[in-house]
Design a protein around this ligand. Sequence first.
Ligand SMILES: *Cc1c(COP(=O)(O)O)cnc(C)c1O
Length: 395
Amino acid sequence: MDENSAELQQSLNSLYDELVEKSQTYIGYPNSQLLDNHNLSPFLNLTINNVGDPFVGNNGMNTFQQEKELLEFFGNLLKLETNDLWGYVTNGGTEGNLFGLYLARERYPDGVVFFSEESHYSLNKVVKILGLKCCIIPSQGHGEIDYSELSRSIKSLQHYPVIMNANIGTTMKGAIDNIDKIKQVLKENQISRSYLHCDGALFGTMLPLLEGAPRVDFSCGIDSIAISGHKFFGSPIPCGVVLTRKTNTHFIQNTVQYINSFDSTVSGSRDGFSVLILWQVMKKLGVQGLKDRALDCLKMTDYTLRSLRKISWPAWCNPNSNIVVIKKPTLPLIKKWHLATENNISHVILMPGIDRKKIDLFVEDLNLLKNVRPLRGEFSCFRERLYENPISNCL
Ligand SMILES: *Cc1c(COP(=O)(O)O)cnc(C)c1O
């Protein structure tokens, strides 16, 4: 090794150590920590590019076969027949939301997008990029959209097509917008032109795996769904999956001679390596393995809630969610544990790979902050009735 490469290796080593150190207390953002991709490293020295439509192919080196298998697996989970399915592996949930609402706009150029104030911040950006009008609907305290407010707004814009974004797990509180209630609102207001997109970045794959969880899939009449791959499935490279009915894509397909494919995706050149990462998770775990993982997350959620109760730290959780909302601790702890924080609340997300030992250390840290505990009733968002044992929903 010459001096230069020794130096390079040294800085990589110290970066690696620093990141590993941080990962020890990483419990505030929804990334699965169970990653095992060493066997894929040879693929990093190949120029894989999934440019174009996975169902059409391209002229280069790609992982389209694995991408199609992965999409069909998601289609199966989300009750979308293979011959009716279209989708692709995206750069993440944001691109999936952009793509879903792009399809909606091509179908209804004068449509108005409705989404709740608890929606992910990507929705505002997507609506701006697409030049769509939007209407932001208030949420209920626990994060679910307020259906009477939704109805009132839709009524006042009755002559426009409705492009609805339903949150299948809000980012901060893990609340699920109810598809049946949304459809009821559309019916009551006699909306005949509508498009229903689901932002299922985190819960999109988890809900179908949990017994007794609300059904959110294509059999409920949704048009598209965006899911993040680096969240529940787990990937060191941010990625995601977007699925839609094939008929929704009729407005967007352009043939491109240069790549010998259809240009039906948002990006041109597209990551074919993260396809392999997701495909490998699917192959290794299968539906049963993923079900076990989802259940483990809810068990850990339950454990976390009980531990926080023991030290009287205000905490609650929506049903079927692995997001525990807590009273915001002090800044040093927010930093140390990477806690996403908004106003007076923070959250912990019990993703695959977070174990009791880690939660015990976190709770210990909180317990040292005795003097900043709120008085009873100080935080109105911590309502007792929202504490439900999430496990009881999936046995
Ligand atoms: C994480 C998340 C997103 C954004 O996904 P990225 O993969 O970070 O682009 C969108 N919506 C919700 C509800 C999320 O939790």
